[in-house]
Design a protein around this ligand. Structure first.
Ligand code: SAH
Ligand code: SF4
Length: 392
């Protein structure tokens, strides 16, 4: 099917109400924090030092109260308290799965909600964070894709998810304590709700904050951004964020990918692969993760597996096979286990790691692609989605 209707929307133009009252410092870059302090009366010659001090309190120690910032004078603390706040989005509820996965329902300004998921594993703890409420895109197998984009998250709301998870895990260091190298929250994946590359600036600022060596200190090698394939933003991601990249590939012909990941009609497989070839070099990362959802009878044949390895040849890659996670009304089924193994085997024998992602937190609907805020009323109609994906 060739598309005539536009399939994306310029989300940067969606107006958002400016915050009223005191400015929230969470989510400001170091430069923006400096500007805010100067605008509030901090003398310019002190600004750099003040940024460093406040930054450490907020991001290294997890402090939320200016009164606790004991290396600042009492008068300056009071002044800060009048002009600024240090606020995270609110955790409305937390569900804990039988397998230890935690799903947080997080309320952001305007009363909207997103989900954040913490996945503990033997050698790491991964936090899956959201970048938008809903999504402009309409991948036909994704639950978030059935919900309209409500708005982009701010940088504060994005890095705020990392901070609220650290609160819940009790993981802020105590002054004077030895460094803890075995963190509960060791990795971040931008694989929650939304397309991170349609909210580039906020995602970049939030990840820069999370990577800052005087704060949360997550290595860029432990942050993975997943995109459906927003080609023009991929090079920017390499240059300006430098994190690991995962791509929602999911099909080996344009005909099938057009249906599963409709952004393919704008940037097809060949265009996407050409862009990906440069990513590891520019970002100095090792390899790209190709995500591949296993849908029964749609994209899971041995021929697909062979086409896949041929397509990506020359790109340092790992193929992450994701058994489809069902959601109410989903138009697909998960491939049988033997089929997934046979697919994985072909990919593996061609020289690529081909882990099968174990679905986590299924009992609390926390698995990949199941996130959707139940309270949002803005819905895409089933008809729209089917038409977009050429399933109608
Ligand atoms: N918008 C971004 C990131 C969020 S989705 C993207 O599309 O890459 C994270 C991953 O989960 C993507 O690879 C997505 O394709 C996959 N996914 C979505 N719905 C799924 C489902 N129902 N079952 C399994 N994986 C799914
Ligand atoms: Fe949006 Fe990603 Fe879901 Fe596609 S898979 S609809 S891009 S969240």
């Amino acid at each position: 099917m060739t598309a005539t209707a536009p399939i994306t929307q310029d989300v940067h133009t969606i107006p958002r109400k400016l915050p009223e009252g005191p400015v929230n410092l969470v989510g400001l870059t170091r430069d923006a924090l400096r500007d805010a302090l100067i605008a509030a009366g901090t003398p310019e010659r002190q600004a750099k030092m003040r940024v460093g001090q406040i930054w450490q309190w907020i991001y290294q120690w997890g402090v939320r109260d200016f009164e606790a910032m004991t290396n600042l004078s009492k008068a300056y603390r009071a002044e800060l308290g009048q002009k600024f706040v240090i606020e995270l989005p609110e955790v409305v509820s937390k569900q804990v799965s039988a397998d230890g996965t935690r799903k947080y329902l997080v309320r952001i300004a305007g009363g909207h909600e997103v989900e954040t998921v913490y996945i503990p594993e033997a050698d790491r703890g991964t936090l899956c964070i959201s970048s938008q409420v809903g999504c402009t895109l309409t991948c036909s197998f994704c639950h978030t894709g059935t919900q309209k984009l409500v708005r982009n998250l701010t940088a504060g709301e994005i890095v705020g998810q990392v901070m609220l998870a650290r609160d819940d895990l009790g993981e802020w260091p105590v002054p004077g304590a030895p460094k803890d190298e075995t963190r509960l929250l060791s990795n971040v994946v931008l694989m929650g709700m939304g397309e991170p590359l349609y909210n580039f600036d906020a995602v970049r600022d939030a990840m820069k904050i999370a990577m800052d060596p005087e704060g949360i200190q997550l290595s860029r090698r432990r942050i993975t951004l997943s995109t459906s394939g927003v080609v023009p933003e991929i090079a920017k991601t390499a240059e300006q964020i430098g994190c690991q990249l995962a791509v929602s590939f999911h099909a080996t012909t344009d005909e099938v990918r057009d249906k599963l990941v409709p952004i393919n009609k704008k940037w097809n497989i060949e265009t996407l692969l050409n862009t990906l070839r440069d990513y590891p070099k520019v970002s100095n990362s090792e390899r790209i993760t190709f995500e591949y959802v296993m849908l029964k009878g749609v994209n899971d044949s041995d021929a697909d597996a062979r086409r896949l390895v041929k397509l990506i040849s020359g790109i340092p890659a790992k193929i992450n096979l994701i058994p489809f996670n069902e959601w109410p009304g989903a138009p697909y089924q998960r491939s049988d286990w033997e089929r997934i193994e046979s697919f994985a085997d072909i990919v593996y024998k061609a020289g690529y790691a081909s882990p099968i992602r174990t679905p986590r937190g299924e009992d609390i609907m926390a698995a990949c692609g199941q996130l959707k805020s139940a309270t949002e009323r803005a819905r895409k109609s089933r008809k729209d989605i089917a038409a977009e994906a050429g399933l109608g």
